[in-house]
Design a protein around this ligand. Structure first.
Ligand SMILES: [Zn+2]
Length: 430
């Protein structure tokens, strides 16, 4: 190919991709650049207010700051008190309208660092990395959401759109029952078409179209207490510990194996007598080598990609539990926690839209992140009502540990991506 032709082709490629952003979209990007210093200062301010889930006043104080910021860009903000489930509350900010897709944007105000944690302050590690409690999970994501919307507002582009920005105050330790603590979020989803989650990003090239759900389970076994010399006999049977071993071995051999299905026994106790304190996840047990064990208990977790997979796994577990060894009985109980967010067609359509936005911004292709690598999140509660995409928040490391950092250099680019995504969705004719 001649040098001239190469040059012409190169010029065409560049000018085509540059044309993909409209004049209005370019104005949005400019505004985000202008507001970026303010965005980072706002992040610093909200990080420096402790909002551990059980610090109810701190969670409310962070909610108040976001609430005011949303009022300033034309949203109505409401605080939903959650003291009935021993949590602080949720902030919802809403703007009303009719055009395009109706959006639900999801963040959370709380962090895992309680008021007595030594990790309280936003400090710079170097020019771009901040050491910040909850800076990445997920006050950074909240700030991206706010400043993306602010850029649209500043350019008069939010008129007649319906957007609900929802910030729960108990994502890290949900208030129970969930029918109360997640009711407002679910009601907001029922009035929306699309939910976008701003939990931590897994890099420019990934978004989350599916998250596994989680549940807890408990197996309780009873055996016949007797002198060990009689074990295996007709009257004494196998004892509680052999029965529990059979059950766990059955789970391992006959339930394990499906993609995205995992289950983990986290704690086991067995013997003649025992004591387990569920709230503290600890207990003690007493037994003797010459006494057949009377009791055994296991607590575990279960993760799944769909309700069908969850129910199927539970059915297999029940069957194994019911097939008792002589003179023993066993019972399994399941406790729902997070539903699964499956990789639906609607979620993949959203991925295609964010991929196009990213390409138009020269930020590279965006693919679906492996759901096996992500934990559950609030977006999972609304997945059955709306199309969902998550992982639109900040980048950083060490979430939930005293080493948590947030990369400030990526905030501007991620805010641009979110703003253009929201702009295209609220102007979508489909
Ligand atoms: Zn989070």
């Amino acid at each position: 190919m001649s040098k001239f032709l190469t040059l012409v082709l190169l010029f065409c490629v560049v000018s085509v991709s540059a044309q993909k952003l409209t004049r209005k979209e370019k104005k949005i990007l400019k505004t985000i650049e202008l507001n970026n210093t303010e965005a980072i200062q706002f992040l610093k301010d909200v990080v420096n207010i402790n909002s551990g889930t059980m610090n109810h006043q701190g969670v409310k104080a962070v909610g108040d700051l976001f609430g005011k910021a949303f009022e300033n860009i034309g949203f109505n903000s409401t605080w939903y008190d959650m003291s009935s489930v021993n949590r602080s509350g949720h902030l919802f900010a809403e703007t009303q309208g009719e055009k395009g897709k109706k959006l639900l944007l999801i963040g959370h105000l709380d962090t895992v660092f309680e008021a007595d944690s030594p990790f309280q302050e936003f400090t710079m590690v170097n020019d771009s990395i901040a050491h910040a409690p909850g800076g990445n999970d997920m006050k950074g994501g909240n700030v991206i959401m706010l400043f993306a919307l602010k850029a649209l507002y500043d350019n008069g582009l939010l008129d007649d759109a319906q957007i609900i920005a929802a910030f729960t105050g108990d994502e890290e330790a949900t208030g129970k029952p969930l029918t109360i603590s997640r009711n407002d979020l679910i009601e907001a989803a029922k009035r929306s078409d699309v939910a976008l989650g701003f939990e931590t990003s897994t890099g420019f090239n990934y978004a989350t179209v599916a998250r596994r759900g989680s549940s807890d389970w408990k197996v309780e076994v009873t055996g016949k207490r007797a002198h060990s010399s009689g074990i295996f006999g007709e009257k004494t049977g196998a004892g509680a510990i052999f029965e529990m071993s059979r059950i766990l071995n059955g789970f391992y051999n006959d339930v394990r194996g499906e993609e995205y299905l995992t289950f983990n026994p986290g704690i086991i106790l067995g013997g003649t007598q025992m004591n387990y304190e569920e709230a503290l996840s600890k207990g003690n047990t007493f037994g003797k080598s010459n006494v057949v064990a009377q009791t055994a208990i296991v607590y575990g977790g279960l993760r799944f990609i769909s309700e069908a997979q969850k129910e199927n796994a539970r059915a297999k577990m029940r069957e194994i539990v019911n097939n008792n060894l002589p003179q023993t009985s066993a019972k399994v109980t399941f406790i729902d926690s997070y539903p699964a967010m499956g990789p639906t067609e609607g979620n993949n359509n959203l991925l295609n839209i964010v991929n196009q936005v990213s390409l138009d911004l020269s930020q590279g292709e965006v693919e679906a992140y492996d759901p096996g690598k992500r934990g559950a999140a609030d977006v999972s509660f609304v997945a059955q009502y709306v199309d969902c995409l998550d992982g639109l928040g900040t980048m950083g490391n060490g979430a939930h540990t005293p080493q948590e950092t947030v990369n400030l250099n990526t905030i501007e680019e991620l805010t641009k991506r979110t703003a253009i995504l929201i702009y295209r969705l609220i102007n979508s004719k489909e």
